[in-house]
Design a protein around this ligand. Structure first.
Ligand SMILES: [Zn+2]
Length: 238
């Protein structure tokens, strides 16, 4: 087998990325699309991969080796003066250039990339939906590693951010249908044991004005609604 063919079989490849903050072009590892077929998908859309495979979740966040800014494709590329000052002072000035997140990542290093991205997002006042996506994926990473305590902690934070995104209409409904946001609020409430809230939001999905366009959410909301009612009944009996 020649080297070119071997490199094509590698799950990771070098992707060229432009830093939205400082403009530096660099390469960072991503997982090839043919390696990201999950075995199954959980009811909160968490993809489950076979053991030992490279989880694309580990490479969701990109960190610029030049300025230290941590971001995802959801981040804006517009920064106010205040945001620029915040990142320069709190991230770039304090970064350790010996630590580089552009190579292969372990579970632990991927966890750090999420926490750095949450910090970057706070400094530049990102949209609630960006925080929701980060916290949800961080919860999934903990789930994959069997840490249910940290999983719940970040599911709660994700839920809080989805609620704020919904209340403030702080998301692009062309990219993320409102029914998806409502479903996520329902499902995260169910996973956290808040059954009456879960039922309220699943009902909002099944009665939504756009339901004919998004039957996928209506169908899963019906299933999860039944599950939430059943779980609530068991909880009351106990
Ligand atoms: Zn940069």
């Amino acid at each position: 087998m020649n080297t070119e063919k071997q490199s094509q079989l590698e799950p990771l490849y070098d992707k060229k990325v432009d830093c939205p903050f400082c403009g530096k072009r660099f390469t960072t590892k991503k997982v090839r699309s043919r390696f990201i077929k999950p075995l199954r998908v959980d009811s909160d859309f968490c993809p489950i991969f076979s053991n030992g495979s490279h989880s694309p979740l580990y490479y969701y966040v990109v960190i610029c080796p030049e300025c230290g800014f941590a971001f995802t494709e959801d981040f804006t590329s517009y920064f106010s003066h205040v945001s620029r000052d915040n990142v320069n002072k709190e991230i770039t000035a304090k970064m350790d250039k010996n630590v580089n997140y552009c190579g292969e990542r372990s579970f632990e290093s991927s966890i750090r990339t999420y926490k750095l991205a949450i910090y970057s997002a706070q400094l530049v006042k990102e949209k609630h939906i960006v925080f929701a996506h980060l916290c949800l994926r961080l919860a999934w990473a903990y789930r994959g590693n069997g840490d249910s305590q940290e999983e719940s902690r970040f599911l709660k934070l994700a839920l809080n951010e989805y609620e704020k995104a919904f209340i403030n209409s702080d998301f692009d409904s062309e990219k993320i249908p409102e029914m998806q946001v409502l479903y996520m609020i329902g499902e995260l409430n169910r996973r956290l044991g808040n059954y009456s809230e879960a039922v309220k939001f699943f009902t909002a999905v099944t009665e939504h004005g756009d339901k004919s366009k998004n039957m996928k959410y209506v169908n899963i909301a019906r299933e999860q609604w039944k599950l939430a009612v059943e779980e609530n009944r068991i909880k009351r009996k106990a």
